[in-house]
Design a protein around this ligand. Structure first.
Ligand SMILES: [Zn+2]
Length: 192
């Protein structure tokens, strides 16, 4: 189970609804199972992108700086499915991230925030509990482009870069074939 502070949750929801019908997303940081830091990736929001969102090298620098500044662990990438359900696509799963955080906007005024754990070829939903907490300061998405701190190991940056590059290369397949009323989490492993 993941926990997310109310403030961070609201930021994600607001971002998701504001970007609609474009896809958007960002980086989640925290400690163990608690999401306390959200870094929205804003640079593509205003561009035409209804089926993917992009992360630039500057975003990666910003993400690293954000995580280190707040002493947060990297928990994963979140992204929206503006017209779809919050279930990971095969492309989403192809990036081999341990956790996938997806916001479905089928009902754009009532976004669904889901977390998924991918492990050993199985994909399982993880509960997300909203907790009351001021959380970590959220980076102002309109601020400039801080340079990468010199004390960040190149190896770590390469790793994050690879992960994010793999993520943004993915295309969103169709979601509409999954009927939510018939959908059964226990059989979801057929995806992988
Ligand atoms: Zn997706």
């Amino acid at each position: 189970m993941f926990k997310i502070t109310e403030r961070q949750y609201n930021i994600i929801m607001k971002q998701a609804m504001r970007a609609y019908p474009n896809e958007t997303g960002g980086i989640l940081g925290g400690r163990k199972d608690t999401i306390t830091g959200v870094l929205p990736i804003a640079n593509k929001i205003s561009q035409e992108s209804t089926n993917k969102f992009g992360i630039s090298s500057e975003d990666i620098e910003r993400a690293y700086k954000f995580l280190i500044k707040h002493k947060l662990e990297y928990l994963g990438v979140y992204h929206t499915h503006p017209k779809g359900l919050p279930y990971p696509s095969e492309q989403d799963l192809a990036h081999h991230q341990k956790y996938l955080f997806i916001i479905g906007l089928r009902d754009r005024k009532n976004p669904e925030f889901y977390a998924w754990k991918a492990e050993n070829g199985l994909v399982k939903p993880e509960d997300i509990k909203i907790i009351s907490d001021v959380g970590v300061t959220v980076v102002d998405i309109m601020t400039g482009k801080p340079k990468l701190s010199e004390n960040i190991g190149g190896k770590e940056l390469d790793r994050l870069t690879r992960m994010i590059n793999a993520f943004i290369e993915g295309k969103e397949p169709e979601y509409h074939k999954y009927n939510p009323t018939n959908w059964d989490a226990s059989s979801f492993s057929t995806f992988a």
